[in-house]
Design a protein around this ligand. Structure first.
Ligand SMILES: Nc1nc2c(c(=O)[nH]1)N[C@H]1C(S)=C(S)[C@@H](COP(=O)(O)OP(=O)(O)OC[C@H]3O[C@@H](n4cnc5c(=O)[nH]c(N)nc54)[C@H](O)[C@@H]3O)O[C@H]1N2
Ligand SMILES: Nc1nc2c(c(=O)[nH]1)N[C@H]1C(S)=C(S)[C@@H](COP(=O)(O)OP(=O)(O)OC[C@H]3O[C@@H](n4cnc5c(=O)[nH]c(N)nc54)[C@H](O)[C@@H]3O)O[C@H]1N2
Ligand SMILES: [Mo]
Length: 744
């Protein structure tokens, strides 16, 4: 490839101008239109050319001998020519299909992979597996499974619709919201990324405008840093938001500030919730004093906040982190209930919303989402799914019954795992349990550009290209930019595109024509782009044709603006004429659907349920571990190069100086974080901006245990717990974890 003067390409962390020299990426500069670019891209040159790239197809020697113990050494692998490795993989896929059927293939393949519409690894894998008869898929996400199940119960819309087209937009918040109560904060470090990429980062500017206009942001969080400096910090004990919200709700009742007229018109079942709130059903009033004893916020502060929420235009904003916890369904339901009691749902800048600081403006931007341009995945005749985070349960307990959102299900018997574009040894909880489960199937096949912890635990590893080694186009549905993503360098080592890898497998399994439809990658890109362009045109949005886009590299487009009025405003004005898509047509403070599930833990309205691991159950392990998203990276991506930076690993763990002093731990000290599930190394960083009793260890390090099984890099998932949120959503619960730590 000819060297060039820098080409713009899209990535999850934003677009960037990438410079090459001698076939290598040498430098990355921010996209010139981005007012607030993320520094995550800076590590790209080092990562793309790193020695931890998978150079050639590799097969685990032990697996060739029939040994299923999936260890962790690169020495365990033998490199092979593509044809040979593809033959071996296709033969094993064929054997498993013949003997066990396609229902024995797990192809959920959760993960963020990389931006770019055609080379989306997970979609490529799903299409391939459907072309050969289907696979067991996943439902929900690690991000927000509980919200994905609860929002439809409460408001009727899917979470996606609610997030993108219903909840209050930043423009309304800046103009109308006076009090923004953010559970889990609104953290711009998380707003660096977007699943489809981002041309211009906007969340920081929205927050600054909100603050400059006199808006008050209340950061309800175990750490001050979850919101910008102008926010008021309301420190809270992790996992207790539901109790705090009930305390606020009780204050509204006590002081006669509940908007009964709104509840009567627009909500269903408030009286049943009220009986619980006041203690009529269980003899326990959920008053401010009760809440204070659980959540650590003094009763006086709860009362003052309740008053402020009732007397100002208030938006209750939930981060996604608060629902990645045991009974994570409840804080969302309680928050929506509190918003209904305040009676501001449907008023500009008021009500309830979620995920304002989780990605960059994805669900809160000024534009309507544009569709199109996604790889069709064909249909899946197997039709079995599991809640995404129940993978280890599935592998360990085939045939075991479980409940999910009112359904009785059983786990399938999986013999083959295929993964492309995700890193379960980054994202799953209780990794040592996952390791035991992972040894069960006959075969594990992984495509990844790097030797991740997951690739090291595969039987067959196919080296995938990075986006810089192939052509694509990139866009995020609500971003006013479209990018041509030119091929910038040759594939590194013998890497191939996921499309090409699956084409090779499909050909060997007699499904090439179904998988490719006779099209090359370039043909597909042209087809998907045409589809995107046609769908945009139908929305009245003009998009350049592909040749023009290629010539210009990127273009600004003008997506249709969001409608001036939120669907909730129409509902509020006339709930009879504009009912919500819930069974009652109203906001379900009480849900007959959930009550009918008969789950003992959930009577049909929001409740406080004491977690099985939290401050209140501290005995041997006295610290609550939170594992938020890393500030300097996206999950475990580009970790090969980041881990090489001086003093970068093990990861930093933040804790209050009092907790450190109690344990004889100094700033910068090497520590071991441990509980009964596992342990990892970390380096202490002392901070009074963290609630005492809480440890903050961000995710993202690759899992690399030493001889004693202790992770050396600081991956919190050796410590987290692998149980579902509850039988309602079965989401992941990483934030419900107790640990302790000691100096080394
Ligand atoms: N303890 C704890 N754990 C968590 C969370 C938490 O809060 N706490 N958060 C959870 C959440 S919200 C999420 S979304 C998950 C994220 O978990 P993942 O999405 O699994 O994490 P990534 O590191 O983004 O994994 C993407 C993988 O795809 C690879 N990849 C990139 N491009 C390509 C490509 O073109 N082809 C192929 N084949 N591979 C490619 C990358 O190298 C990387 O290994 O983590 C979850 N885990
Ligand atoms: N830089 C960067 N940005 C990212 C990502 C990344 O990897 N890197 N990942 C992206 C993805 S996939 C997702 S899903 C989103 C996730 O977005 P979020 O889920 O909002 O992000 P987190 O960083 O996990 O959590 C935010 C904060 O919630 C607080 N918190 C944790 N538990 C509790 C609790 O019980 N109560 C309260 N009140 N607060 C609590 C923690 O202090 C934490 O810092 O972020 C996205 N943004
Ligand atoms: Mo996520």
């Amino acid at each position: 490839m000819a060297d060039d003067l820098g080409k713009v390409t899209s990535a999850h962390w934003g677009a960037a101008r990438v410079y090459t020299e001698g076939g290598r990426i040498v430098r990355v500069e921010p996209f010139e239109e981005d007012p607030d670019p993320s520094p995550i891209a800076r590590i790209l040159p080092k990562a793309v050319h790193h020695a931890d790239r998978v150079a050639r197809p590799s097969v685990r020697k032990g697996w060739l001998r029939g040994d299923r113990a999936r260890g962790a050494g690169r020495d365990d692998f033998v490199e092979m020519p593509w044809d040979e490795a593809l033959d071996i993989a296709a033969e094993e896929i064929g054997r498993i299909r013949r003997v066990h059927g396609n229902g024995a293939i797990y192809g959920g393949s959760y993960g963020w992979s990389s931006a770019g519409r055609f080379h989306h690894a997970q979609s490529q894998l799903h299409r391939f597996l459907n072309s050969i008869g289907g696979y067991v898929a996943h439902k929900g996400s690690y991000s927000l499974s509980a919200a994905e199940v609860m929002i439809p119960h409460i408001f009727g819309w899917s979470e996606t619709e609610f997030h993108y087209a219903v909840q209050e937009r930043w423009s309304a918040i800046v103009e109308h919201t006076e009090t923004l109560v953010a559970f889990g904060g609104i953290n711009t470090k998380n707003a660096q990324v977007n699943p489809g990429g981002t041309g211009a980062h906007r969340t920081g500017a929205h927050l600054r405008a909100f603050g400059a206009g006199g808006g008050r942001l209340v950061n309800v969080s175990p750490q001050r840093g979850d919101s910008p400096d102008f926010a008021e910090w309301l420190p809270v004990i992790p996992g207790t938001d539901t109790a705090l919200i009930l305390g606020l709700a009780h204050e509204l009742e006590r002081t006669g500030r509940v908007d009964r007229a709104f509840l009567d018109r627009c909500a269903a079942g408030y009286d049943r919730f009220r009986a619980y709130l006041l203690g009529e059903t269980d003899g326990l009033a959920k008053d401010a004093g009760w809440a204070a004893a659980i959540c650590g916020v003094p009763a006086g502060k709860i009362a003052a906040l309740a008053e402020r929420m009732a007397t100002t235009r208030t938006l209750i904003a939930m981060s996604w982190s608060v629902q990645r916890a045991e009974n994570g369904e409840q804080p969302y339901w309680a928050g929506a209930t509190l918003a209904a009691m305040l009676g501001q749902i449907g008023l500009p800048g008021g009500g309830f919303g979620e995920g304002y600081g989780t990605t960059d403006g994805g669900g809160t931007g000024p534009f309507r989402r544009l569709g199109g341009g996604a790889l069709p995945q064909l249909s899946n005749p197997v039709g079995t799914t599991i809640p995404v985070a129940r993978i280890a349960d599935m592998l360990l307990h085939p045939g075991m019954p479980y409940q999910y959102n009112g359904e009785d299900r059983t786990y399938p018997d999986i013999r083959l795992i295929m993964w492309a574009g995700g890193n379960p040894y980054h994202h799953h909880q209780d990794l040592r349990r996952l390791e035991r489960a992972w040894d069960k199937p006959d075969c594990v096949i992984v495509n990844d550009p790097w030797w991740t912890a997951t690739a090291r635990r595969a039987d067959i590893v196919f080296p995938a290209t990075t986006p810089y080694e192939r052509e694509d186009f990139g866009r995020e549905g609500t971003d006013p930019y479209i990018f041509h993503m030119p091929q910038l360098i040759a594939p590194q080592g013998e890497a191939r595109d996921d499309f090409e890898i699956f084409r090779g497998l499909a050909a060997r399994l007699g499904a090439e024509e179904v998988f490719t439809e006779g099209l090359s990658a370039a043909d597909w890109i042209a087809r998907l782009y045409k589809d995107f362009r046609a769908k945009s045109a139908a929305e009245g949005v003009e998009v350049p044709d592909l040749a023009a886009l290629k010539a210009r590299n990127w273009a600004r487009i003008d997506p249709a603006p969001q409608p001036a009025e939120s669907p909730l405003a129409a509902f509020r004005r006339d709930p009879g004429a504009h009912p919500l898509p819930t069974p009652s047509g109203r906001i379900e403070v009480f849900s007959d659907t959930i009550a009918a599930m008969g789950y003992a833990h959930c009577p049909g309205h929001a409740v406080w349920i004491e977690p099985t691991e939290w401050a209140g159950t501290r005995d041997r392990f006295r610290l609550h571990l939170l594992s938020p998203q890393p500030a300097d990276k996206l999950h475990s991506q580009l970790e090969a190069a980041l881990a090489d930076e001086p003093d970068a690993r093990p990861m930093r763990v933040n804790l209050h100086p009092d907790e450190a002093a109690r344990r004889g731990i100094a700033e910068g000290a090497l520590v071991e974080v441990f509980n009964d599930r596992g342990s990892c190394l970390a380096r202490a960083r002392l901070s009074a901006d963290v609630v005492p009793g809480v440890l903050i260890l961000p995710t993202g390090a690759w899992y690399r245990p030493d001889g004693q099984g202790r992770d050396t890099q600081g991956n919190p998932n050796v410590l987290t717990r692998d149980i579902g949120t509850s039988r309602i959503a079965q989401g992941p619960t990483a934030q419900t974890t107790l640990v302790d730590l000691r100096p080394l």
